[in-house]
Design a protein. Structure first.
Length: 404
């Protein structure tokens, strides 16, 4: 029997195409897993509607959101630290006394793979319910070969069990585990000689990340991790210039990093380096907000340099326990003065580029039918108001996964 793909038609819809809002109301047709028509309503030939299922009129269509930086697989809770910080303790102080990331490491090591999966599923469902169709998930709370692989397997399984594409990142160099106290080079040896090879051999990691910071690893140590990643053919990225300016971004850029993330303390030389490398600057307003930071990332300089800026949740139990991508659009605008269009591009086209998926996170003829339809009047409203429940329809790989 010949297989006919479902054709779906939206009329009179305002389209944000991943880079900009199209100037007129559009008609959009998908067929199977692709967008096959994107035409101005005025030019739409009603004959085209033949054989299409009518998906409705009005509202806003965006590409499925791309959350390019999350740590959503973890055990335990850090509510106690949230309270301690409100009483004046700093994120660094808490980390130095063995809390912070290491507190989550203890809970994550104790948790079974099944338990971690059960904990992560509702967090990822929250992102999906807010429009995410592609999500990056990092390891980094295991810090042994076995526990890092456990985290990455959970991330892969989430992508098999839920209607979302999961891109995984090995973040072995996230914090120094207690077994390696006073031997951080020894731990970096383990990351380079055992963790990266294991993740590569098992096909568990799509990229390798580091935390380049005074409370984590030096520029030289991070560079060793990148060299090991390169030897295994894995792309690299960095948490850099979040709490101080060590020059991690410039080093990562020299290695052709996909992205440099956080970058509140990035200087002119760092901006020039990421521009030259064609890397993406990933802006994480949730961490800035949660840690009550005051150092602003150099948005205007990045904009003038033409560096693409992505926006992501950084969803994690410590610095960004915020599992709502559209809230990040709002925070990127209010805290960092991105325009709503820039914020949206940051969570669609530029988010995809940050994951090595350049050309995705777009709506155009031939693009993947990963789409969100929102009950709002203009795309800017997605950043302007913070209101759960605006997602009208969601398509993932052409399948309607949400409709109301
Ligand atoms: N920077 C962050 O914002 C997250 N990791 C990192 O290197 C925070 C992770 C955590 O506090 O658990
Ligand atoms: Fe992070």
């Amino acid at each position: 029997m010949p297989h006919t793909e479902t054709r779906r038609l939206w009329r009179d819809i305002s389209v944000f195409d991943g880079l900009r809002t199209l100037p007129e109301p559009m008609a959009v047709i998908t067929e199977g897993v692709r967008v096959v028509a994107l035409v101005a309503m005025n030019d739409f030939d009603e004959g085209e509607a033949q054989g299409c299922s009518d998906m409705g009129r009005g509202g806003v269509m965006t590409p499925g959101l791309v959350d390019c930086h999350t740590h959503l697989v973890f055990g335990g809770s850090r509510a106690d630290e949230f309270e301690a910080r409100l009483e004046g303790a700093s994120y660094e102080e808490i980390a130095r006394r063995g809390g912070g990331i290491l507190s989550t490491v203890r809970a994550t090591r104790e948790a079974s793979e099944e338990a971690l999966l059960a904990l992560a599923r509702p967090r990822l469902e929250a992102l999906i319910g807010d429009g995410v169709t592609t999500v990056e998930i990092k390891s980094g709370y295991g810090l042994t070969v076995a526990d890092e692989m456990k985290m990455l397997r959970v991330a892969r399984r989430l992508g098999e069990e839920l209607p979302v594409r999961v891109v995984t990142t090995l973040l072995g160099a996230h914090a120094l585990p207690p077994e390696f106290k006073d031997d951080s080079d020894g731990y970096i040896d383990l990351v380079c000689r055992e963790m990266i090879p294991a993740a590569a051999a098992q096909g568990l990691a799509d990229a390798v990340d580091v935390f380049c910071e005074t409370i984590a690893f030096s520029v030289a140590q991070c560079e060793r991790v990148f060299e090991a990643a390169e030897a295994h053919g894995l792309p690299i990225k960095a948490h850099a210039e979040q709490l101080s300016n060590l020059g991690g971004t410039a080093m990562a850029a020299r290695h052709g990093a996909l992205s440099a993330d956080h970058i509140e303390y990035l200087d002119e030389a760092g901006i020039a380096a990421i521009r030259k490398a064609g890397s993406v600057a990933v802006i994480l307003p949730g961490a800035f907000h949660t840690l009550r930071e005051t150092q602003q990332p150099p948005i205007q300089a990045l904009r003038e340099a033409g560096v693409p800026m992505a926006v992501a949740t950084d969803a994690n139990p410590g610095s960004s326990p915020l599992f709502m991508p559209t809230l990040m659009l709002n925070l990127a605008c209010t805290l960092f003065r991105l325009t709503p269009q820039e914020a949206l591009a940051g969570m669609t086209a530029h988010g995809a580029t940050a994951l090595g998926l350049k050309g995705e996170g777009r709506i155009r003829e031939g693009a993947a039918a990963d789409l969100c339809i929102w009950d709002i009047d203009t795309p800017a409203a997605l950043a302007y108001t913070v209101q759960p429940g605006r997602l009208r329809q969601r398509l993932f790989q052409g399948e309607l996964t949400h409709d109301r």
